[in-house]
Write a protein of this length. Sequence first.
Length: 461
Amino acid sequence: MAQLWGGRFTKETDQRVYDFNASIEFDKRLLNEDIQGSLAHVKMLAACGILTEEERDRIIQGLNSIRDDVRAGKLSIEHRFEDVHSFVEANLIDRIGDVGKKLHTGRSRNDQVALDMRLYVRSQVIETEGLIKDLLQVILHTMEENLETYMPGFTHLQKAQPITLAHHFGAYFEMFRRDRSRMKDIYERMNYCPLGAGALAGTTYPLDRNMTAELLGFYGPTLNSMDSVSDRDYVIEYLSALATIMMHLSRFSEEIIIWNSNEYQFVEIDDAFSTGSSIMPQKKNPDIAELVRGKTGRVYGALMSILTTMKGIPLAYNKDMQEDKEVTFDAIDTVKDCLTLFTGMLTTLKFKKDRMAKSAMNGFTNATDAADYLVKKGVPFRDSHGIIGRLVLYCIEKGKAIDELSLEELKAHCELFEEDVYDAISLKTCVEKRLTIGGPGPEEMKKVIRTYREALEDGKQ
Ligand code: ARG
């Protein structure tokens, strides 16, 4: 047991209590942030005359050597310390002697851990944003290549109207674009420095909180010391955004699984991103997509976990808050893996364009357009809907598509059908004429794609 407290205790801590209380096993992940925060704190203490320049330099050198030694594998983070903060401080004192004991002047582990977690989450927000951008690039590339790849659009998983692959992928572009902009929102709101809040009520040392905030790349210091040590809203916002990313990835995975099925065969997942069966030699399974879909649960779980942990905590710091780490770290690792793997799978995905087009032709996806054709000839829409409904029934009996019927057969349902109907309800026309903003018509899609491309290249939304 190696802990930072003990003066007021007359008994040793029960080992089980110590183990239950300790967080080193997981907060060792915050080593770099902990050292980064301490470096800024020490520089500020010296600038404010609380430490001498010589003391500052020795502490800085000691902290840097700890970081370098851990990085080089010369120093391992031992579990006999209670947490990463104790590990760093004890090591520092070991290395530079009594001057190391001055590091914690004007600071508490409460504002220290609040800072470490904020620094870590901030860097993860940036990384997540980058991974989403990589995914957006692949989606956009697929869109650019498939402006005229026809496929059925579905509602209720029933064929509805013809669209293009570009249009379908565009829906996902929009989803992940929002996810990306959420990262930027979170960054803006969270980028304030809690260091200097002390245990809960600030400190009587004349700390320069503006200086530490600036050294650590924050917009400024947080403005209420009680909130500073007990705020984990940014973790919740981030987990909520991660949960939304997973929801999007899961929907996309679900579609790929369906499209990859023997029945659909719209896509083929690359061998490198598929797995086999131990018993059925013919199998090539979409395990990656299934795992992404499956892992959504644990990310939602992390969000629920922290929301629940936080809901009953009185101000200010309470030990409950140590529970913010494991689930958050797990969620971050999970989402980063899922984004990376999913992007890889998508990059190598093969589209079976002929199967998609054939499927669009077979499911009466042009029935709305056939109804619209009659409307243009003067039939009220509700009547034309009825006529085409009966026509579809007739087609089902005959085993034909609408455009496979002869003009006589069509005229038997409505006199107003003419030769031009075949062109009006062809797959190409059905898609090309849909030129409303946001629709699948290639001319309209090209404009949208241009906006997306510019946004990705400028680093804008
Ligand atoms: N391990 C603690 C956490 O993660 C660090 C802060 C401890 N502060 C305290 N007063 N016990 O929240």
